[in-house]
Ligand binder design. Structure first.
Ligand code: ADP
Length: 542
């Protein structure tokens, strides 16, 4: 029909061309694995991404083929993000924290043609290489001077800078179908083999628009964004794409994710917005408290991947005036699903009630439709009380897993998240558990997350995990595992008394076990299944 809007496919490369044209001089700063700080701007990024696209063509990479990366957050990884997807191949980000057998499985399953890796991962790549079926081309993401003198790889090792140096910087990004695949990320797979989630150009661009909005991650050209969340974990929550769309300065931390290194980078580059999982922020907060210093530029931090304890929100906001944006997402959701931004009427609420809102995972961003359902699939009400299985649907929610012959995971067109949640009348969703972590005491559900939240409020608790342990009378009862702060003499009874008046009586855990550390999985989350195995019979044998 005449007079309609232009037909332009939504393509990842357009983010880069936009950034080059409108924000060409905006900086991208990276701490490198080589140890130094590297700086350049979006103009350089675009030019090198085009050279890299020519290099990929030179390596014989065709459209639709997978290109693996095993890399920290940095500018070369960013170049791969755009060169690979932009030229029509599929960027497959590999999580180096996975077990080597799982990595080999994923690389074979995705049939990666080339693997680009940061030098830190050479030993890992060497052990993976001996386990994978088809030979690959390996590229070390460094320059000639830093290339390893020797290695155990079965075939020749290429050097990233040499590879792109030999190529021209003119490349026309192909006009792809917007439903063409752009990137691939496997879920961390705490049970069974990891499953691949395949994003399209269209889903990526729509997700980028939605995630950048003021009530979402709230990113603008005036921001200096530090994605601590890795680029190998659900595209660093979309921040590399968002930064291009809005023209924000980007700061990449490389491999140095300890509190001191992060703090120094935040201050040196005057970061305004950061993003990461609670475990990373714990290290940062500890460092800042020990040094008795403060944040001079950081105004907001996005906390997701695991529940953000109220104690952490309070510390960020009251001690340092850094607003916490609690967000929920999944690999299957690209990842942003909900973000906890206040509505106008919350602003006049008393402080404790505002913190109660911020403990929720937030409201759905436009594009994500959600509902909670009961055991028979019936939709449950949004009364803020009743809990049910959380389901979502939308243009950046997966419809199935890559290369999987299993039946579709969808139920009635909805994706079952595996999370148990309640939704309040304002539309704020709160996760009470993973469905497999729920504690069922005498037929009633107890939220392990609520219990952990209360324990973390105690000043001598460093971290808290609540799990279900089998119980002779109640089937299951909550058991609390606690890592104490250094030099704390906190006793179990004292901590349990702390729960009085803070949770319903029958929710109070029956016992506390003090542990030195809790096991963390590949994405920095507590491996509750491992702890459940270890402590399952605690109440039966105690
Ligand atoms: P990511 O860690 O980036 O969110 P994953 O796919 O690895 O992505 O994990 C998704 C799961 O992590 C969710 O289904 C949920 O159980 C948990 N999760 C993510 N964000 C939160 C949050 N803010 N609070 C509680 N759980 C969360």
């Amino acid at each position: 029909m005449h007079g309609l809007m232009m037909q332009q496919p939504l393509l990842v490369a357009s983010l880069l061309t936009h950034a080059e044209r409108h924000h060409g001089g905006q900086e991208i700063v990276s701490r490198r694995v080589e140890g130094d700080i590297h700086r350049y701007c979006y103009r350089d990024l675009a030019q090198r991404a085009r050279k890299l696209a020519n290099a990929l063509a030179g390596l014989g990479i065709n459209q639709g083929e997978r290109v693996g990366t095993l890399a920290w957050n940095g500018y070369r990884h960013m170049e791969l993000y755009f060169a690979v997807s932009g030229s029509g191949a599929v960027l497959h980000t590999l999580n180096p924290r996975l077990h080597v057998d799982q990595l080999a499985y994923i690389i074979d399953h995705a049939d990666d043609r080339v693997i680009f890796f940061d030098l830190t991962f050479l030993p890992l790549i060497e052990s993976v290489a001996s386990r994978i079926k088809s030979p690959k081309v390996f590229v070390a993401m460094t320059d000639r001077a830093s290339m390893p003198a020797k290695h155990d790889l079965p075939i020749m090792l290429l050097c990233y800078e040499d590879l792109i140096d030999g190529h021209r910087d003119d490349f026309s990004w192909p006009l792809l179908d917007e439903n063409h695949a752009s990137s691939l990320c496997y879920t961390s797979g705490t049970t069974g083999n990891p499953k691949g989630v395949l994003y399209s150009h269209r889903s990526t661009i729509l997700h980028t628009y939605a995630a950048a909005l003021p009530d979402s991650l709230n990113c603008s050209a005036r921001d200096v964004i530090l994605p601590v969340v890795p680029m190998f974990h659900v595209n660093a929550w979309g921040l590399p794409y968002i930064a291009c769309m809005v023209g924000a300065k980007l700061v990449f931390p490389g491999p140095a994710l300890d509190g001191k290194s992060l703090y120094e980078l935040i201050e040196a580059e005057q970061v305004t917005l950061s993003a990461g999982v609670p475990t990373v922020w714990q290290g940062l907060l500890r460092h800042v408290a020990e040094r008795g210093t403060t944040f001079t530029s950081m105004r907001r931090t996005i906390v997701g991947g695991a529940p953000c304890p109220t104690a952490m929100t309070t510390e960020f906001q009251e001690r340092y005036q850094v607003d916490v944006l609690h967000a929920w997402g999944m690999t299957e959701l690209s990842p942003v699903g909900t973000v906890c931004s206040f509505k106008a009427h919350h602003l006049s609420w008393p402080t404790p009630q505002r913190y109660a809102v911020q403990a929720k995972q937030g409201r759905g961003v436009f594009g994500i439709d959600m509902r909670i359902v009961g055991p028979d699939g019936e939709e449950l009400s949004w009364d803020g009380q009743v809990t049910g299985d959380l389901q979502v649907r939308g243009p950046w929610v997966t419809s199935g897993y890559f290369g999987s012959e299993d039946a579709s995971p969808l139920s009635d067109g909805w994706f079952p998240t595996g999370d148990v949640a309640k939704i309040d009348p304002d539309g704020f969703m709160q996760i009470t558990d993973r469905s497999k972590d729920v504690i069922k005491s005498g037929g009633e559900w107890i939220s392990s997350i609520d219990i952990e939240n209360v324990a973390c409020l105690h000043p001598e608790v460093a971290s808290a995990v609540c799990i279900a342990a089998r119980h002779p009378k109640w089937d299951e009862r909550p058991l609390l595992l606690i890592v104490k702060k250094p030099e704390s003499a906190l006793g179990g009874d004292e901590l349990l008394e702390f729960f009085d008046g803070r949770v319903a009586k029958w929710w109070k855990p029956d016992a506390v076990v003090f542990v030195d550390a809790v096991p963390l999985g590949a994405t920095g989350k507590v491996l509750k299944n491992q702890l459940r195995d270890q402590f399952r019979d605690y109440y039966l044998t105690a």
